[in-house]
Design a protein around this ligand. Sequence first.
Ligand code: PXP
Length: 258
Amino acid sequence: MNKLGVNIDHVATVRQARRADEPDPVWAAAEAELGGADGITFHLREDRRHITDRDAELLKRTVATKLNMEMTLDPGIVKIALRLKPDQCTLVPEHRQELTTEGGLDVARLRRRLAPVVKRLNGAGIITSAFIEPAKEQVLASAACGFKAIELWTGGYAHAQNEPAQAAALEELVIALELGWDCGLTVHAGHGLTYRNIEPVAALGGFEEFNIGHSIVARAVFVGLRAAVREMKRLLDRALQTAAVLDRFDVEEAAQKK
Ligand code: PXP
């Protein structure tokens, strides 16, 4: 529960801004692991705008924790995934014009195209995860498609403009989380999570893994990646303790009412 996958794409983005050889996302992965990351996430985009094939190869050879590759259904990318065999493949939507992944994959619509790829990845011993919006039809379609996990898009929660909107988005996440469990799926979460907004989602205590990139790399510019990762891990652990305390109060309250 509450494991931290650190997305290192942004480190490669800085490198590619100059087409230089630094900063190296492979170094970033090692630093993140030294800070306590439970996994490293990278997105090998079709346009290779940040992570390159060389990075993917080296990450596979050097990452000691869990390696999570974000990818599309592009046949060339699928071929690379099957050869590389990361621990997990997260299927995401991809548009050339976007700054970063926007919203979830429409698994309900793409089911026929996704199912054979998911089957091949599952067959290769790779954990398959679908990055989806917290909507009932997407959770059900992901389970029907053969995915072993889902990653719930937390953008709705992260971008909520006020407290009621944030509470409503959190409620949507809870409903999708519980439905995911009922379907036998492992449930992850990610997108737009920061040091400021992580605790209420993390206190739910039901997410196996959070994938966080921008906020951690932004903080790393000032404090270093190892310290930035350590701080996010601390928040995730603290939220779990809060969840445990709340659970205990619920139990005690229920006992008193008897
Ligand atoms: N999870 C997925 C599937 C993503 O595509 C991204 C963004 O690349 C993230 C998590 C991390 O989002 P952020 O950079 O906003 O933390």
